[in-house]
Design a protein around this ligand. Sequence first.
Ligand code: ZN
Ligand code: ZN
Length: 210
Amino acid sequence: MPVAKLKCKCGCKKYQLREKVAKYPYGNFFDKSHAEKWIEDKYKRDTAKKLIKFHQVVVKEKKAFNKETKRLKETIKKRTGPKGFYSNLATALHHYIKHVLRKGEPCYTCDKPQHFEDSGQAFHVGHFIPQKSVDPRRFMLMNLRMQCYKCNTHNSGMRAEYRQRLIEEIGIDKVEWLECDVNHKSLKDQYPEISNIKSEITKYRKLSND
Ligand SMILES: [Zn+2]
Ligand SMILES: [Zn+2]
């Protein structure tokens, strides 16, 4: 039998006589309504594809944006702030002073002894030069001693007594040197890279564990 009939493009599985098919750039259809239905469906499929593609681009851009935001936040929180690297260093350093270097020492400014049954907050690592987030002496061992809770918090760190004890311990010259701001490089100069702070943290953690 000669091929007098052509299959409709729309997927309906119908055949149409060659002279009766509806011819379109997309192909041959059973009639105009099959063609229109197929074109309409094609338009919907194409639109859906475009939407999916668009959605993928949006998701990708959002991910890139979030990644960049995270990176910027990390850059900002790097040094200062409660979760910054200086805070991490203070924690490691204070732990070392309290549990190794000056373990069990009495309060530097009132001689109150430490007791085994004391709570973890009974004694603090007290700063002679008050602790400010970027004070260059913040992490100097010379500037740190054990103090009882009362001296450290209620009496402004007992500054006068602290100074007198320090003079007796290390001499007036060193105390005055310590007190003079111009003698001390900024924390940023002391730790030019974040890795410098990190290695200090590692050092004190190691010293605490040895
Ligand atoms: Zn059809
Ligand atoms: Zn005290």
